[in-house]
Design a protein around this ligand. Structure first.
Ligand code: F6R
Length: 247
């Protein structure tokens, strides 16, 4: 299903409300809510609204465990461009989540330990009963997480090579494409697919072309986001500009 909102503010408030509902439903049952989170420009206003709900409407994150989709590799958690820094700045530093409940792929794992680490990440998610809700952005290559073209539908958490276009799109954050890492750790398409609800968000005209391919195109590993067409638990939440090329 595709839902189009007049602008990203309204859409983001709606997505934040969905996440808050998952947290509150679990809280009432004395259970843990397991959230799959994304970085980048797309979810920033969702996090802003979650912070507001925490400060003004008593939403607590004490029973929440989070798993982020991805991290550059190699990457120090303390670096300005790390997804750890991003998440602290936009969400975690402003809410009451216990630090030990936060999971972000570790960009410092030695290369010979990466496979074991990725299997552990996957295992930790399933031990908690799986992701209750996963939010996603979409890259201009059609990636979800950092599952670039060629990613298999049953792929798990792993080390991947970033597409040239993805590195170009990240070049501003790193002061030049040559400084953008060539690799990343990412949850797989299969990991994402196991989530009970999947919400892919896209805003702005510059996403219109890839959104059209993702929503209306043939399902293919060339555009990993097309795999979401196969899931009745996946929704595309768009603003008018991102939806402007849809027929
Ligand atoms: C980030 C991630 C990526 C981004 C995508 C869009 O954790 O997994 O798939 O969602 O690259 O990035 P923005 O939102 O910056 O346009």
């Amino acid at each position: 299903p595709v839902q189009v909102y007049p602008n990203q503010e309204v859409a983001s408030i709606g997505v934040a409300k969905r996440i808050a509902n998952v947290i509150r439903e679990k809280q009432e049952k004395g259970e843990t809510a397991v959230l799959g989170l994304a970085t980048g420009a797309t979810p920033v206003k969702v996090y802003k609204e979650l912070v507001r709900l925490h400060k003004e409407e008593n939403l607590s994150f004490r029973n929440v465990v989070t798993f982020n989709l991805d991290e550059y590799y190699p990457m120090l958690p303390t670096a300005d461009q790390s997804y750890v820094t991003f998440m602290n700045k936009h969400l975690f530093d402003m809410i009451d989540i216990p630090k030990e409940n936060i999971n972000i792929p570790d960009g410092t794992v030695p290369v010979e330990k990466v496979q074991e680490y990725c299997e552990g990440y996957e295992q930790k998610i399933s031990n908690l009963g799986g992701l209750d809700i996963q939010i996603l952005g979409i890259g201009r290559t059609g990636h979800i997480g950092f599952n670039e073209p060629g990613s298999a539908p049953n792929s798990g958490t792993r080390l991947v090579t970033l597409d040239d276009l993805t590195r170009r799109d990240a070049s501003r954050d790193f002061g030049g494409k040559e400084n953008v890492p060539t690799k990343a750790l990412t949850m797989g398409v299969g990991t994402i697919f196991k989530a009970k609800e999947i919400i892919l968000m896209a805003w702005n005209e510059k996403k219109a072309e890839i959104v059209k391919k993702a929503v209306e195109g043939e399902i293919s590993s060339d555009i990993p986001a097309t795999y979401l067409q196969l899931s009745d638990r996946a929704e595309f939440i768009l603003d008018q500009d991102a939806a402007s090329a849809l027929t």
